[in-house]
Design a protein around this ligand. Structure first.
Ligand code: NAP
Length: 291
């Protein structure tokens, strides 16, 4: 029987590093690789084995997790990993990718005998560090059992959206959820900017909506970041801009008009152009000022 606690993780950025630490804390054997090796090295102190190539990292692992930037990065990395992959291993593809990327990735998995799971996550840096992500997943029943210990390590809840990863059922759900999150982020940034423009203390905006139906946790999270001028990334703006492009492409293919998301894409474009791409997406706020 496969040892489901032998895990390889490709990509130790904000989310991957947090997931890695929770996998290690919960008794998994963890082999990691990151394009920029220096970002993976600190995980050695937590017990991870750090490798120089994706192929070395996945060798012998019964579960492979990818947590990279986008679909292209995942395919490129998995091609490099191919010589080390074990037929029958479960591939939990957690990167946020496009709806069109998923069947391509599933086909790669099938070619290499992997059990492909479309498995994006909801939640940002703090929930990832606390092991409290919401795991979305679509894949065959045999993957569910194999992934229980991984899912329990990284998340507080797992939502199975389908039994065939290639249909992108989990990714479609993820993009819908992200559209909501991104709209909240833009509405927060604009409302704080408008408050300032109209000579209103942004805090009185927050105090006024507090506890009512218009209130939500996200508005406080992002408005507080703006108030503290703290744009250390939980979710980098350039990553959020990528997700907006994925949402718009999926919507276009489905014949759905997305005026708010289009406007959000333009705000992210302006914020990126003025140098805020590596900051948290709350820095989309800066799109309200200047050209
Ligand atoms: P991140 O900190 O920017 O990490 C991105 C990772 O992708 C890094 O390991 C980076 O390697 C790697 N990468 C980028 N391009 C690559 C390429 N061409 N080949 C190989 N590796 C490449 O981002 P993150 O916040 O952890 O997000 C990772 C994924 O999770 C993204 O798809 C994001 O949309 C999704 N996500 C993020 C959040 C969040 O709140 N942060 C929440 C849910 C889902 P280097 O270190 O070498 O640059």
């Amino acid at each position: 029987m496969a040892d489901h606690k032998s895990v390889a993780l490709l990509g130790t950025g904000i989310m991957g590093a947090a997931m890695a630490r929770n996998l290690l804390r919960t008794g998994h054997t963890l082999r990691v690789w990151n394009r920029t090796r220096a970002k993976a090295e600190p995980l050695a102190a937590d017990g991870a084995q750090v490798f120089g190539t994706p192929a070395e990292a996945v060798t012998g692992a019964s579960t492979v997790i990818t947590m990279l930037f986008d679909g292209a990065a995942v395919l490129e990395t998995m091609r490099e990993a191919a010589p080390g992959l074990t037929s029958g291993a479960v591939w939990l593809q957690s990167t946020t990718v496009g709806v069109d990327d998923v069947p391509r990735l599933a086909a790669f998995g099938a070619e290499h005998g992997l059990v492909f799971v479309d498995g994006p996550v909801l939640g940002t840096k703090a929930p990832a560090e606390a092991g409290k992500l919401t795991n979305l997943a679509a894949g065959p029943d045999r993957a569910r059992e194999a992934l229980v210990s991984v899912h329990d390590a990284i998340g507080q809840r797992t939502v199975w959206a389908g039994d065939d990863g290639s249909t992108a059922a989990a990714t479609r759900l993820k993009l819908v959820c992200n559209n909501w999150t991104l709209a909240l982020t833009h509405a927060t940034g604009e409302s704080v900017a408008l408050a300032k423009g109209l000579g209103i203390d942004p805090q009185s905006f927050l105090d006024t909506i507090e506890g009512g139906l218009m209130d939500c946790g996200y508005v406080h999270l992002k408005a507080d970041a703006i108030a503290r001028d703290d744009f250390a990334p939980s979710f980098a703006l350039s990553n959020a801009a990528k997700d907006t492009r994925l949402i718009l492409a999926a919507a276009q293919a489905a014949g759905v008009r997305m005026d708010v998301a289009e406007a959000g894409a333009e705000r992210f474009r302006r914020a990126e152009a003025s140098g805020h791409g590596d900051e948290d997406m709350a820095a989309g706020y800066f799109a309200s000022f200047g050209d």
